[in-house]
Write a protein that binds this ligand. Structure first.
Ligand SMILES: Cc1ncc(COP(=O)(O)O)c(C=O)c1O
Length: 448
């Protein structure tokens, strides 16, 4: 595993952290000091950079994998503006994950010290995540992402209710919720839909029209993925509770981007996904308020207090917690930066005389900009921008013959003239003013 060629140990390496026993010889490993445990959460673990030579404490056999963690950064011309689809893994999150993908690979369910260390990392991550949304650590359950959390919340409640009380959801939800609801309906469990207004807002007034004392659960997304509109979550939760229903929110687009306080907002269940806030893909969590009787959906071992079976993905959980903490600490700063970029993009498009509208509500996820261009085609725009090295997404689903407008654009009734020409530009803190200018110029070139 270690190179045979000796190199001097760097001055800034730590070497106090760990030792292994090989026969009777103690082998000291040297660590990059950058990874020494962070005071509070202890998420930043060490990474082995080499093994100290037995006969010379100033020399080491380097770990050849170590350099792989720091690939040479290639300068890229790509402008990535599809951050609502997925985000770049944060470097600190990546580095926090590395030990759990290499040396610290223990199973968190095992009682020996090696397993207990993995368990400790899980518990710390749970605490960090809970703090970020003002929950208790024991209310956070890890899952494989937003889709699983949504399915679990909906099916775990609905399919264990033998009284056939209704689920209410909105017509602008992500398919993780809509298709889970379809599956629930197929099992002859009632589902009702509340309609969003033209800004993509589900109002308390509309919910009041259809909620009854036979409503089991209300599930309305925190923020819409296509147009960014943020829902009046506190009002909706209040109405749900007044009618004796549980309130769930798919907060996949909101967590890490806007402040969330589940206690103050009185949310019973909340879904989140790591890769939407610079964490890794394939990991997420479901917040389940103390006292909510959510049945397991994944049956198997006793992980996650018997509620979600399956060996825990320690590395990804640690990465997700690290990324979330970092994002939450910077929400204010990131939001004002992104709102400035948004303004700049809209200003240039207007000054270039392009005929477009911006979809969604004034209160929205910073950086999520849904634009509809007159008499245009979203798919064509996406592909033309792609050829120019710009990644955005479209608000329409296309087959070879027809461009179909998405259910969200349909729901908010985008006027005929703008219906098919929609793209979503979703910016992150990594985007720059130069990126925005290039996007605007590219659109001008295509449409002007
Ligand atoms: C609002 C919303 N819910 C759920 C999901 C699904 O999350 P995941 O990709 O983690 O399964 C997404 C992903 O785009 C989303 O935007």
């Amino acid at each position: 595993m270690y190179s045979v060629e000796r190199v001097p140990i760097p001055d800034d390496a730590g070497r106090i952290l760990k030792k292994n026993i090989r026969g009777t010889i103690y082998v000291y490993y040297v660590y990059d000091r950058k990874y020494l445990p962070e005071k509070k959460y202890n998420l930043y673990k060490s990474t082995t950079i080499g093994k100290v030579c037995e006969d010379d404490p100033n020399m080491m056999y380097p770990n050849p994998n170590y350099r792989k963690f720091y690939p040479e950064k290639k300068k890229s011309n790509l402008i990535y503006a599809d951050n609502a689809a997925t985000t770049k893994l944060d470097q600190d999150a990546f580095e926090a994950m590395v030990p759990y993908l290499t040396d610290e690979f223990g199973n968190a369910s095992q009682p020996y010290a090696f397993g207990v260390r993995a368990r400790k990392a899980l518990d710390e991550a749970r605490g960090v995540i809970a703090e970020c949304i003002h929950a208790k650590p024991e209310e956070i359950f890890f899952s494989s992402g937003g889709t699983e959390s949504d399915n679990w919340a909906l099916k775990g409640i609905a399919l264990n209710d033998y009284d056939e009380r209704a689920i209410i959801t909105s017509n602008i939800e992500h398919h993780a919720v809509l298709n889970a609801c379809k599956a629930i309906e197929m099992l002859e469990h009632p589902v009702a839909y509340v309609y969003a207004d033209e800004k993509g807002i589900v109002t308390a007034r509309e919910l009041k029209k259809i909620i009854t004392d036979r409503t089991l659960m209300v599930s309305v997304m925190f923020a819409n993925n296509e147009i960014g509109s943020i829902q009046p979550i506190e009002d909706l939760a209040k109405i749900a509770h007044e009618n004796g229903a549980i309130f769930h929110t798919d907060a996949v687009q909101a967590v890490g981007h806007v402040p969330i306080d589940v206690e103050k907002m009185d949310i019973d269940m909340l879904s989140a996904s790591g890769h939407k806030f610079n964490g890794p893909k394939g990991i997420g969590f479901l917040y389940v308020k103390d006292g909510i009787d959510l049945k397991p959906w994944n049956h198997g071992g006793g992980q996650e207090k018997g509620r979600r079976a399956g060996t825990e993905n320690v590395a990804s959980i640690v990465g997700m917690a690290t990324a979330l903490k970092k994002n939450c600490d910077q929400i204010k700063k990131n939001s004002s930066y992104l709102l400035k970029l948004e303004d700049e993009l809209l200003r240039i498009l207007q000054s270039e005389g392009l005929d477009f509208i911006r979809n969604g509500a004034k209160k929205h996820i910073p950086g999520n900009i849904s634009l509809s261009f007159a008499w245009s085609d979203g798919e064509m725009l996406l592909h033309r921008l792609d050829l120019m090295g710009i990644c955005v997404s479209t608000g329409s689903a296309c087959d070879s013959k027809n461009t179909q407008v998405s259910h969200v654009l349909e729901a908010i009734k985008v006027p005929e003239k703008y219906r098919t020409g929609t793209i979503r530009v979703s910016l992150s803190k990594d985007n720059t003013s130069e990126d925005v200018q290039k996007i605007a110029q590219a659109l001008k070139k295509i449409l002007g």
